[in-house]
Structure formats: C-alpha cells, structure tokens
Design a protein around this ligand. Structure first.
Ligand SMILES: Cc1cc2nc3c(=O)[nH]c(=O)nc-3n(C[C@H](O)[C@H](O)[C@H](O)COP(=O)(O)OP(=O)(O)OC[C@H]3O[C@@H](n4cnc5c(N)ncnc54)[C@H](O)[C@@H]3O)c2cc1C
Length: 428
C-alpha cells in the first residue's frame, strides 16, 4: 500500500521544526555566517546552546542514528521529512546535532568503535561538544582508495602515518580526524586500507593550507590539504579491523549521500519560494514578472523537477528502512542512493540556477542566499564521490541484471514478435 499521509503526531513535530528553523536557525545564518563548525567561537556557541536545548527537549536531537546504534531510530522516511526542513538553513544541522561529516563519523564510531573509542570520541561528538573530520581523499588518487598512497606502518606498538590528504573538511576545527591509510599493500585493492582515529593535537599533523571553495573567502577555506608527517598513534587507534578501511568508509557514505539529498530538497524548495515571490512582486513591461510565459516556464519546470526528485529521495529512504528491517536484502538500496546522488547535483543546479536567473543581478550577490548556494552546487557533485562514478555504477548494475538477446534482432523487434504471435494464434 502506498500512502503519502504523515501521522498527526509526527506532523506536529515537523511543524515545530519548520517554525523553529525559520525563526531561529535562519537567524543564526544571518548573525554567524560560516561559523557552524567553530566550537571555540564563544558568541555563536553561547547563542547555539539554548537552541540545542530546545531541540533536545523536543526529542529531535541527533536523530540520524538508528536504534541499533544507540539513536532514537526515527527511520529514513521520517528523517527525509525532517532533513527537508533542516536543508533551508546552514546552521540547522548543527542546531539539531546532525551536521556532516560528524554524522557519518558518529555512524562508523557507533558501528565499529570499541567501548573505549565510543566513550572517548563518540560521546562528546553526539553531545555536540566537539567536531570531527574525515580524511580520506588524496591529492593524486582523489577518492579512489585503490590509488591511495598515504600509509601506516607498525613501529613498536604504534602506527606511524605518513602521506597527504586533500579536502579534509573542517580539519582546522576538529578534535579528531578519521584517517584512511594503506596498511596491507599486499592485499587485494579494496582490503589494503585501514581506518585510524587520530587526535588533532597529535604531533606531525600539518595543515598545508585550508582550501577555499568558490563562495568562501579565498584566503581561508574550510577544506584542509594535510600532510601527515610520521604521525604516531597507538595500536588501539584503529577503527574496525586491519584492511577494513574501505568497508568502514562505505558504511558512512550511504547515509551521508542520502542525507545531503534530503537537505537539498529543502534548499530547492526555498529557492522556488523565492522565485514565486519575485514573480508576483516585480513588474516589467507593464506586467508582473510572473505574467511572462518564460518566467512561468522556469517556475513550473522547477516545481516538476523538485517533486520528481523528492519522490526519488523518499522512495530511497523507504528502501533503506526496508533493508534495515530485514524485508529487503542488504545492498538493495544502493542503486537508489546512487540515483539520488547523481540527481541531487543536477536538480540543484537547474533550480537554484533558475532562481538566480529570476533575481537578475541580485541573484549573484551575497545579498540573498541564492548566490552562495549556487556557487556551492558543483561541490555537491563531488562531495562523497564524483557523480560520474555513480552514473557508471547505476548503468553497470542494470546491465548486469540484463540478459543479452539470443538472435540477431532485439527482443522488441516487431517482425520477429509478430511472426511468433502468428504462430501462436494462426487464426488471427
Ligand atoms: C565540499 C566538499 C567537501 C569534501 N569533504 C571531504 C572530506 O571531508 N573528506 C574527504 O576525504 N574528502 C572530501 N571531499 C573530497 C571528495 O570526496 C572528492 O572531491 C571527490 O571524491 C572527487 O575526487 P576529486 O575531487 O579528486 O576528483 P577526481 O577524482 O579527480 O574526479 C574528477 C572527475 O574525473 C572523472 N572521474 C573520476 N573518477 C571517475 C570514474 N571512476 N569513472 C568515470 N569518471 C571519473 C569525473 O568526471 C570527475 O568529476 C570533499 C569534496 C567537496 C567538494
């Protein structure tokens, strides 16, 4: 049975979130832009804490973890509806304890961490006291782990990490980094790496520069190019088993991708709201902007595209819930997660692009959120892996499940099918 209604109790929570995000989180976006990860910024943290307390009182804090990982276990469909609301604001995920990459890091700590690792890293992370970073991509190998060269080798009872990582987001604010390094070069490609939890204060971690993406200040960005100079960590700093780095990374990426997609829905909704307001407010050539058919086309195309994407995201969320409940086999949602990842970047590019267009010169400034969002759209095509890799994966999965035709012509060849039909029903 397909039913798109939302239970009244949960709808009441969503309504509370919607008002709170518009009133409080969007206000934080205005007062403290770009400070979401800076736990040492006293003013923004002082403003943040009471808001987080309100979220906790509503039972809406850090909802991303399933029950089996110690979270409230809302399930992905409910998370989709919640994340749509959070997607409106840059601060909202921090206010609700669901900011990436901390969410993904929390997930793998909950899944693979030892009791000691959980109490040392997961507990303060879940409490919102610290932030963390995920250090996987390399300057040469990109995010393809089979090309990684950053390595860790045993010396006495310590691992020594040596090599470079690229685009480790928020490393400058992180209390710890989760670093992927080659430990077993002799193994098959996907079991050569292991994951390590590295305290940010460990000697030898050198941030070569904090790379800025377009839209950030060019002098100081948030994505660290890091050199690990013989960084020594104890043997028990490994997260998961030796050679399990790829498995651990995969465990965090699925959730990351789908949650980005859910939040993108909210961002696009906000852009469409802005298009609508502009269309009914501004006049040109004696008519409202929205009375011109080209403008109507931009609005209609955006609404159709967003609704299609939203349905894909919700179906994917439902599939993940089915897999977690054991009603669908492990991996069943992968194909849909990949589709969400690919669609997200192009849907956002189209919708935010159209909203920018309707706002003219104002659209490309810092005077609305559209300009910075638009500048950041391409990043979504790369964060958590380039979309092309996912496009290829989608097609490969489908082709693997497809049988080649036996004869010379396609199975849909009308003369061949007609001949078979006539043989079956000679009287017709
Ligand atoms: C905003 C943002 C935040 C990020 N945060 C983090 C982080 O916290 N930690 C981290 O480790 N990394 C992070 N990354 C890095 C991210 O994972 C990589 O950017 C991404 O995986 C792509 O790697 P690359 O940038 O080296 O591009 P490349 O791998 O060089 O890809 C460039 C292009 O090459 C083509 N291509 C590459 N591989 C294939 C393939 N297999 N098949 C077909 N075509 C291909 C595609 O056209 C692709 O767009 C972040 C990236 C962004 C944009």
């Amino acid at each position: 049975m397909i039913d798109f209604r939302v239970e009244p109790d949960f709808q009441a929570k969503l309504d509370w979130m919607d008002t709170f995000v518009r009133d409080e989180c969007e206000t934080m976006d205005l007062l403290f832009p770009g400070l979401t990860y800076d736990v040492k910024h006293a003013k923004s943290r002082a403003h943040l804490k009471p808001l987080q307390a309100q979220v906790k009182a509503q039972g809406l804090w850090a909802c991303h973890l399933g029950e089996h990982l110690g979270g409230p276990g809302y399930g992905q469909v409910k998370l989709a509806l919640m994340n749509e609301i959070l997607g409106r604001s840059s601060w909202a995920p921090t206010v609700f304890g669901t900011a990436a990459p901390d969410t993904g890091n929390a997930e793998i700590l909950a899944m693979f961490g030892t009791t000691e690792q959980k109490s040392r890293y997961l507990a303060p992370l879940m409490a919102g006291e610290i932030v963390s970073a995920f250090s996987m991509t390399e300057p040469q190998g990109g995010a393809d782990p089979t090309e990684f060269t950053c390595s860790a080798s045993m010396d006495g009872n310590e691992w020594v990490i040596e090599g470079e990582k690229w685009f480790t987001s928020n490393a400058k604010h992180a209390a710890f980094l989760i670093v992927m390094a080659v430990t077993n070069p002799e193994n098959p490609p996907h079991s050569r790496m292991s994951m390590f939890i590295v305290d940010a204060a460990t000697p030898g971690i050198e941030i070569l520069r904090n790379v800025a993406t377009v839209g950030e200040s060019p002098d100081e960005g948030s994505h660290a190019y890091i050199r690990y100079n013989a960084v020594r960590v104890p043997a028990d700093a490994m997260l998961g088993g030796a050679g399990e780095g790829f498995k651990v990374a995969q465990a965090r990426l699925g959730g990351g991708r789908i949650h980005h997609a859910m939040r993108s829905v909210g961002r696009c909704r906000r852009a469409i709201d802005m298009m609508l307001e502009r269309a009914v407010s501004r006049r040109t050539r004696g008519r409202k902007l929205g009375d011109h058919q080209f403008v109507q086309g931009l609005i209609a195309d955006s609404e159709i595209q967003l609704e299609q994407f939203r349905m894909l995201v919700l179906k994917t969320a439902w599939l993940i819930d089915e897999v977690e409940a054991g009603r669908e086999p492990h991996g069943k949602a992968r194909h849909h997660i990949a589709m969400c990842k690919v669609a997200m970047a192009s849907v956002m590019q189209d919708i935010i692009g159209r909203a920018v267009q309707l706002h003219g010169s104002l659209g490309i400034t810092y005077e609305t959120f559209l300009g910075p969002f638009w500048a950041g759209v391409s990043a979504l095509a790369f964060a958590d892996g380039p979309t092309d890799v996912h496009r290829a994966q989608i097609a490969r999965t489908m082709m693997k499940a497809t049988k080649p035709v036996d004869g010379l012509f396609p199975s849909e060849h009308i003369p061949t099918r007609l001949a078979a039909a006539r043989e079956r029903y000679p009287e017709a």
